[in-house]
Design a protein around this ligand. Structure first.
Ligand SMILES: [Zn+2]
Length: 147
């Protein structure tokens, strides 16, 4: 078990690849101290949440009414345990800015499962909670492709 995973990461580069340290990049979003201003920022913070097993953040930023939080927590925990996330590249962004209600982010994420490296390419769809300008960015769904 990855107990104590989030401890003393102060100077650790953020897994999302922004070049910033984690504490100044995705951490304030994970801790609820800041909200994502853009869809890309939410996407990066969700990638980092996968990398660091921040399961509650993944649940909070991706509503799935047909699944219980308990089931999702179980699925995400096992996913995070099995997968090592090795790098993120944002390919393109449409909309998803401070003045938008929706956004599309295309990305590539390198990961390994059981020592086998793969690339996940996904076109992710984001929208604001409630469809209003001051709603938090949420991940809606993604069309993904693994190679
Ligand atoms: Zn980050």
């Amino acid at each position: 078990m990855a107990k104590g995973f989030g401890v003393s990461r102060t100077k650790t580069p953020c897994p999302c690849g922004s070049g910033e340290v984690y504490d100044l990049c995705c951490a304030p979003l994970h801790q609820g101290a800041q909200r994502a201003v853009t869809a890309e920022q939410l996407m990066r913070s969700r990638y980092t949440a996968y990398a660091l097993s921040k399961v509650d953040y993944l649940i909070a930023t991706h509503p799935t009414p047909h699944l219980s939080d308990q089931q999702r927590r179980k699925d995400l925990r096992s996913n995070c345990r099995q997968t090592r996330w090795l790098g993120l590249r944002i390919v393109s962004v449409e909309g998803g800015d401070a003045m938008h209600l929706e956004g599309i982010v295309r990305f590539e994420a390198i990961f390994s499962v059981a020592g086998k490296r793969s690339v996940l390419r996904e076109t992710s769809q984001f929208e604001r909670r409630g469809g209003v300008p001051d709603g938090d960015w949420l991940y809606v769904k993604g069309l993904s492709e693994v190679s």
